[in-house]
Structure formats: C-alpha cells, structure tokens
Design a protein around this ligand. Sequence first.
Ligand code: GCU
Length: 676
Amino acid sequence: KQGRAYDCWLAYRPLENAVADQYRTICKKVAVAGQSAIMESAVDELKRGLKGILGVEPEVLYAKSDTRALFIGSESGVELTADDMHALGDEGFILKTCKDAILIAGKTDRGVLYGTFAFLRCLQVGIKPEDLSRMENPAAGIRMINHWDNLDGSIERGYAGNSIFFRDNQFIADKSRVRDYARLLSSVGINGISINNVNVHARETRLITRELLPEVAELAGIFRNYGISVYLSVNYSSPIELGGLSTADPLDKAVQDWWCKKAAEIYEYIPDLGGFLVKADSEFRPGPFTYGRTHDQGANMLAKALEPFGGIVIWRCFVYNCRQDWRDTKTDRANAAYDHFMPLDGKFMDNVVLQIKNGPMDFQVREPVSPLFGGLTKTNQILELQITQEYTGQQKHVCFLIPQWKEVLDFETWSNGPGSTVKKLVCGKVYPQKHCGFAAVSNIGDNANWTGHVLAQANLYGYGRLTWNPDLSSEAIAEEWIRLTFSNDPEIIGTISDILLKSWLTYEKYTSPLGIGWMINPNHHYGPNVDGYEYSPWGTYHRADWRAIGVDRTVARGTGFAGRYHKPNADMYEDMDKCPEELLLFFHRVAYRHRLKSGKTLIQHIYDTHFEGVEEVEQFREKWLSLEGKIDRERFESVLERLDIQLKDAREWRDVVNSYFYRKSGIPDEKGRTIY
Ligand code: GCU
C-alpha cells in the first residue's frame, strides 16, 4: 500500500561512501539516558534511520538517569558542559562528536527527539561525524499545524484525498498513518496540531463531549509521543448547541460557567490539550458580535476557562464582512482585520494568542503583509500561513511556497525602528510575548504520497524547518529536502531545486498580475475566471474597465489601507512610483497604457508574463523529463502527470486572462501573438 513517496523525507536510503563507513564503526551501540514515551520515539527513529542509511542494527542500552540524551558509540569523551546547559532552551538540542562517539542531548526529551531527527538528517546528507557538532533552539514556542478536516472525512480546501483522522463521522480505527504523520511533523520541529476544521459544523461541535473525547484523547496520545500537543477548533455557540443555554454571550454568567465546566471535562481526558482554536464572527461562524460584544471579551471568556489547565486560546483575526455590496468602493476587506483588532491591542489575557493570516486578504499568490504585524505591540501573536495550495495551484501545479513565506518573514514593518521584521515579531524578539510563533493549514490527506503532488511535500517540510529557524534560505531548504527525499546526486538536486525555486513566480505569471489576486472560479477557487468574484459580496475586486485596473487603496484617494502601515512603508505604498511593482495593482488603480519600470506598458506586461509563465511550465516539464531513469518510476510518473495538467491549465489561464484584457482594453499585443 505504501509506495516510495509515502516515506517523504524520512525515507532513510542507504548511504554508500567513506562517511558511511565512519558512522558504521561508531553506531553499533546506543546508550539511552532517561526514559519516557518521547525518548522511546527517539530510539525507534534512530534504529529505523541507522538501519536504513547504514544497515546497522545497534545494541540499545538503558541507564537509569535524569539526563536526557542518546549516546551513540562509547559513552566516554562527550558530555555536556555548564555552558551547553546554559545555552540550551527547553526544546533545543546539542549534537557533539568525539573521535568514536556522538552525543545527542537536550534538556527535555522533546529536545532529544529533535536532536535525533537532526542527526539523521545530517547522516542522510552525508555530513562527516567531525562536522556534526551543533546547538540549536527553536525560534518560537508555537509551531503548529491546522487541519481543516471534517468528521465525515472531507477536508476543506484539501487536495490530497480525505482525512487521515476521520471517515464517515467516526475516528479512523487504524492509527498507523497518524503515527507516521506525527513522525513527519516532529522531524521538522512541529509541536502543535489542531485536528478539526476552523469551520466547526454540527458533528464537530461534539468533539468536546464525553461521546467523542475518548477518541480525541487517543489521537492526542499518539501525537504526545512525538512532542506534539493537540488543539481543538471549537464552535463559539457550543453553550447553546451542546449546553441547551439560550445564549453564548461571553458576559453571561451561565455561559462562563458552562465553559469552565466544559474545560474541566475536556482536561480530564486530555490533561495536556494545547487549547482551543477559534474562528468567530467570520464567514457565517458565530461569535461575540451576535451579542454586541467585542472579540477581547469573547476570547478572554474562553481563556479564563482554560487558564487553570494551562491551555491557550488561539483566536483568528480573519474577520471581515463577506456580504458587502460590490458597488460600495469605500468598504475594503483589506482594512477589516486591522480595524477590528488594532483597537483591542493589550486587552487580551496572557493565554490568548491572535492568529493572523500573512496578508490582509486570503492567501493569494501575492499580497502585502498584514499591517497587524507591527501594528499590534501588546498582544501575543502567531503568523498563519497556508500550506494547502488553495489559491496556488491546488497541488496540481508545482508551487514551492517557501520563497513567498520568506518574503513575509523578512518584511520590515518598522514597528520599533529597523529590525522589526515579521519573523522577529512573531518570535517575540521585538515586543515581549508570552506565546508566539507560527501556524499553517496542512496540505496532507490520505493520498498515498500525502500531498497529491510529490513536490508539494517540500512545502510541508519547509514550513516546519522555517518555524524552527526562519533564517534558513529557500535554497538551503530546497536542497535539504531533495537530498532527504530523492538523492544526494548533484544533477538531481540541481534540476529539482531549479524547478522548485522558480515555481511560485511562474505560477504568479500565468495567473494574476501585480498583486491584484482572485480572478478565479468562485467557491472551488481553481481555474481562470477574471470576473468570478467581481460582482460578488466577498470583497475581492479588481475593478477593471476599458482603461484601467486595480484597487486604489491610498489614503489620498482610495480606501486608506496604505495608511495602516508604519512609515516609511505607508509612504512607499501610497506613492505609485515607490510602490513595489509586484504589488502595484493591490494599492493603485493603473491605466493599461501606464509604463512600468521595465519600460513596458501595463497591458504588455500582463500579456508578456502570461506567455512567459506557460513557457516556464514547458521548461519545468523538459527538466523533469531529464530525470527519467534517475529517480524511481513511481514518483517520476506521478510528477510528470501533474506537470501535464499544470501545462494544460496554465495555457487556459494565459488565454482566458489575456483575452479578457485584450477585449476590455482593445490594445493589441505588441508581439502579435494569438489572443482570442
Ligand atoms: C478561506 C477559505 C475557506 C476558509 C477560510 C478561513 O476563505 O476559502 O475555506 O474557511 O479561508 O481561513 O477561515
């Protein structure tokens, strides 16, 4: 049932070189200091890895000890110093080598587990024992995955099959796949997972009842062994739907009591539950607005209930009016999250964390960074990214998202002078925060290769690696992933990284130009449809007419969104000449005949990029074909199949978008190519 693609980056392929021999002499014995379920996971993984990579089945010895470490080789010679202990954080690890011994150590068993995975990575890519030594701590405490899985087994915005947790309104009995998923996640440092959709429907509302809690607890047990805490998405109206109350008003005493009792009940089953994830007052979900209350009141009420148990409330900022009138050019969805949450800065309890999508709209191929980053200075916050490719090709198209996320992470907000980048903000390095970090919507399902597109595994991998260390480069992540997943062969690395590293910009080229976004089929969000959302209530418009396109979001003439940023960003976005060109149509309304910095007119830029995008996909396909016979057939064929779909659909995108703008503007392509 499991093909080559199933193991992802934990394939543990034989390494055949001098380095392997060096390790083979060292790795015959493993001494384990400290015992726990997580330490067992580390030992298991080590055995798996050593067997796969070196063909060694080590002898494992246990010593009673308070230390948390795996010693590989002879125990003598490597030990932790006081300096090491001082430098180590709670989840960090140290790898150290001496002549014939390797030490994998942490302050906690989680640290040892992360160190073990790091060691196996080093081994697989062929790093010599003498170059192994390193000390690493994760960048932030919350490194989380969100599942949008429903109990019926479907996944909202899932493109890789059905849920691995649920089927037919039941939990899936066979948990082997969940365990393998936990291994994949913890191998890249993920330590939290919300298992159900943020849109909590009737059946999922019951996850916090005695009927389903034992099953949640079983899942939590599997994840716990890999250092991962489970969270639940909850329905804000639970007191009504489960408790029979007539209201869910956060200031109502009966509602407060109901949640306190409910929390106590939940923690009976899962004493280390991470907490709740809440989508409130958004896209038809209930929330405090129904009762004329604010979001701090709503979140704090839940936070009080979870506080005695150490749980946190992760409250999403994806709040906007999804029933707006398209004729209304004053209301701007981009302003919504900022305008809702900025006035509440500092009003949330310590165990509330705001989860903020990277951009002000919704995971488009290109958006500016949400101005809440750098705006909020007194509130715990985490960055929300979308690994599942809802708007970036739905795992039919290759779209390596790490370069996009790197731009977000490196964005300078100027909130507290220079150095106030998003990554520093969400790692609590600019303003002190009790809880901070990352969340992202998962891209996996029960497909044999997890992600539908084999190359989409790189996005899950890269997300985890960035949450651990947001300073890693896209290039480094791509190379590491390819080495672990496919091979250390330079030709394979070169070819696949080349495809990955270009793929986001290529996708952008043949879909939506210069930050305008959308222009897709409503609901399922795939395929070109320029006016798909233009006359809809969803707040996502391009406003194209015969002369110009784009949304004026300036303070001077438009919706004022540009002014939500700190200077000098606000000035940069306000001024059409200073605005980064890739975001030009997000911030400005621009005539088709306007000349861009390249000297091309806007309309010519649209035509050219759409032709180029398709040509680049053709090149991806050629490049991939050059790998025939060099990687296994199964993965070769499956990626090729996807590239064929991508090419066909990229052509459709190109022709529909170009024809639309040609017909609107009446301006022909300077190069005389076929436009319909
Ligand atoms: C997008 C997506 C929805 C999802 C929502 C959210 O709008 O299309 O399916 O529920 O984001 O993040 O809550």
